[in-house]
Design a protein around this ligand. Structure first.
Ligand code: NDP
Length: 298
């Protein structure tokens, strides 16, 4: 039985982070300052604390400034927006990231709308979503951008491929579909109301699974040789004697190996690409704000 190639997102992300770090040096020489990323964290959500910690470490490792703002859960929406406006006006800040989710009394749409689109390195602002949709230069959300980089690295030209994106969130599914369309794929977006999803997926040369349901996509859903990008991060119930359950994707990995042409593992596939693309977007924002283009190949 054939076995799929494993797409090593961890290695690709390490290489991208290195390329970003190399492009930070000339920026510092030209502008006499480091690119800066401001990360805003509201509340004590443990997962968000881990993400923010990793983003800070990676930012500093790439030679950039990390500005961290931690606010209590009790902060009001107006206070949070006032902080975003201060960061918009701060010349040392090139990128602003407000860690989601926000507490229920805060409307995340209103907060994202307050971010200067030129500093919106998460690519969540409607101006960037709109630019992506009409084919203009935009900041693209980091996870789908990372998925596209892995696909192009593995397949080269994506033109004419049948791509199925499972999931239609604003942060993964929709921008992923836009990116694949811009690469001339024939794109289907599937979601919870899609009928006969296995049959839809079976037509795909490229499958991007961004659902949040552990091991939902099984090997028999796949066309032989399909390239599978698994965005899902799901923690299984711990087995007896284990503290934490295993992390799995939205694709039944072992099962898919026998049919797919290539597949990203979980962990070690899409996950590491998200932070690497955040650094990439921050670097691009810094160059643009300084009136320059980021070096080729970033
Ligand atoms: P959302 O919950 O926002 O969206 C999930 C999507 O999956 C929805 O569009 C939903 O459809 C669809 N869906 C749910 N159930 C089914 C089903 N049975 N069949 C088909 N479609 C279904 O999730 P996100 O997009 O934010 O994240 C998706 C996954 O990716 C999660 O596991 C998340 O943890 C992971 N993730 C990983 C990242 C990384 O860095 N690797 C970054 C971001 C997310 P509908 O719209 O109809 O409800």
């Amino acid at each position: 039985m054939s076995s799929a190639a494993i797409i090593d997102g961890k290695a690709f992300a390490a290489n991208l982070r290195q390329r970003v770090a190399s492009a930070v040096e000339p920026f510092v020489t030209l502008t006499d300052r480091k690119p800066g990323l401001a990360v805003v964290l509201v509340g004590e959500d443990p997962a968000s604390q881990v993400y923010v910690g990793s983003k800070k470490r990676a930012t500093v490792e790439a030679g950039m400034n990390s500005f961290e703002h931690r606010l209590p859960t009790s902060v009001s929406q107006n206070e949070l927006i006032a902080l975003v406006e201060t960061l918009n006006a701060d010349a040392a800040v090139d990128g602003i990231l407000v860690q989601l989710p926000l507490p229920p009394h805060i409307d995340d749409k209103a907060v994202i709308a307050a971010i200067d689109p030129a500093k919106d390195v998460d690519g969540f602002h409607v101006v960037n979503a709109g630019r992506l949709a009409v084919g203009e230069d935009a900041f693209v959300p980091c996870t789908p951008l990372g998925c596209l980089m892995l696909l192009k690295d593995h397949l080269g030209d994506l033109s004419g491929k049948n791509a199925v994106v499972i999931g239609r969130s604003n942060i993964v599914g929709k921008p992923m579909a836009q990116l694949l369309l811009a690469e001339n794929c024939t794109v289907t977006i599937a979601h919870s109301r899609t009928q006969d999803l296995p049959e839809v997926v079976r037509r795909a040369d490229i499958v991007v699974a961004a659902v949040g349901r552990a091991e939902m996509v099984t090997g028999d859903w796949l066309k032989a040789g399909a390239v599978v990008i698994d965005v899902g991060i799901n923690r299984l119930e711990p087995e007896a004697g284990q503290g934490k359950g295993r992390l799995v994707g939205d694709v039944a990995f072992d099962d898919a190996l026998a049919r797919a042409g290539a597949i990203t593992p979980v962990p070690g596939g899409v996950g590491p690409m998200t932070i690497a693309c955040l650094l990439r977007n921050t670097l691009v924002a810094a160059y643009r704000r300084a009136g320059m283009s980021a070096p080729e190949g970033i």
